[in-house]
Design a protein around this ligand. Structure first.
Ligand SMILES: NC(=O)c1ccc[n+]([C@@H]2O[C@H](COP(=O)([O-])OP(=O)(O)OC[C@H]3O[C@@H](n4cnc5c(N)ncnc54)[C@H](O)[C@@H]3O)[C@@H](O)[C@H]2O)c1
Length: 342
């Protein structure tokens, strides 16, 4: 490609700004337009990140901006309509996780990408985490033997649901973080989830005025016989030294790997108010250059579009992750095991 890849962004919120930073810092990419249904947010991000065009309608942006590809960075439940429209305009698409939160949207999106022959990826970024990636390489080399059982905890402090996300009540910790957990476990087991059994509890967040589930504990059975447990909660105390509480282990018939992703212990910060473990793994910047695995995944979308190489997360990965989460939600509601429908 002679010229730079021209990106457009739908959603000028917290994460949309990070997308803009990554594309603008990439030597072979530029952001040509940003859209937000709140026009003042689109306008403000355009001014801040030196983006030449802003819109309050994504359809107008797809029609008029001259973009090659689009990042969909709207709230969890609002990815489908914009992604499908982008595909209809022949734009390649990076969708923030999760792909979609309903079965209908999952299939409408995958069909639209296929029919319009556009390339699409979902930002399931754990695969770019140095610790997870190195652990996965070990599994690929057969050092642990056949994966038998796994455990993954991925919780957020309460503040994310009560203060950070204005739309937490319209989503769920299962969509917001469980999508990462499910994709990670699928990746390590190299398998699809067959059946799930989940229990949930609620009350703490409702008491804070946010009508969503506090936490889910889920058992997964994979098709080839692997079993795993997944814990996703939005009620970790705000004093936790990291935003996330993330633990993982995978046990095979020859060995085991364990990760503690929330206590890297390389840096601690103490003030009169708080003890903190500053993030130097997920998202940070070095001399204003965006670093960390949550940014590498987004950069990788650009790199793979430019090189023509396959994305490291396929649309099938993302679709099956969403379908398995829908089964988990049904199980938590009925308190019965549920087979995942693909
Ligand atoms: N990969 C990661 O590490 C990561 C981190 C945070 C958030 N996210 C994901 O990014 C997405 C956005 O999260 P956020 O925290 O930036 O939310 P946000 O609320 O800060 O921003 C979302 C923006 O989308 C706009 N919007 C909503 N519907 C729209 C529409 N139809 N057309 C145009 N604009 C519309 C809203 O006005 C808002 O400005 C979510 O799916 C979230 O899960 C990913």
């Amino acid at each position: 490609m002679n010229s730079k890849l021209k990106m457009a962004i739908v959603g000028a919120g917290i994460w949309g700004e990070n997308h803009a930073k990554i594309y603008q810092a990439h030597p072979f990419c530029e952001v040509v337009a940003v859209c937000d249904e709140k026009r003042e947010k689109a306008q403000a991000l355009a001014a801040k990140m030196k983006i030449p065009q802003w819109y309050d309608s994504y359809q107008e942006m797809f029609k008029g901006s001259g973009c090659d590809a689009v990042a969909i960075v709207t709230p969890d439940f609002a990815h489908a309509a914009a992604a499908i429209k982008a595909a209809e305009y022949g734009k390649h698409v990076l969708v923030e996780k999760p792909l979609a939160t309903t079965r209908e949207d999952v299939f409408a999106m995958t069909e639209a990408f296929e029919k319009n022959k556009v390339r699409a990826m979902v930002d399931l970024h754990n695969r770019w985490s140095p610790a997870f990636n190195v652990a996965h390489q070990s599994v690929e080399r057969g050092e642990l033997g056949v994966p038998c059982s796994g455990y993954m905890r991925l919780n957020d402090i309460k503040w994310v649901a009560t203060d950070m996300l204005p739309w937490a009540a319209k989503s769920s910790i299962l969509w917001f973080l469980g999508s990462h957990s499910l994709d990670t476990l699928r990746w390590f087991f190299d398998d699809e989830v067959k059946r799930v059994y989940s229990v949930s509890r609620e009350g703490i967040l409702k008491g804070c005025g946010v009508d969503t589930v506090d936490a889910y504990l889920t058992t997964l059975e994979f098709k080839k016989g692997g079993i795993a447990q997944m814990e996703n909660g939005w009620i970790t105390p705000n004093a936790n030294p990291c935003v996330n509480d993330m633990k993982f282990s995978i046990l095979g018939d020859k060995g085991m790997i364990s990760l503690d992703m929330s206590n890297h212990n390389m840096i601690q910060k103490y003030t009169d108010e708080k003890v903190a473990i500053p993030d130097i793994v997920v998202q940070h910047s070095i001399f204003d250059y965006p670093k960390g695995f949550a940014f590498e995944s987004i950069r990788s979308f650009v790199d793979c579009l430019l090189s023509g190489e396959p994305f490291h997360v396929s649309i099938t990965d993302a679709a099956n992750t969403s379908l398995a989460i829908l089964a988990i939600m049904e199980s938590a509601k009925t308190r019965l095991p549920v087979e995942v429908r693909y």
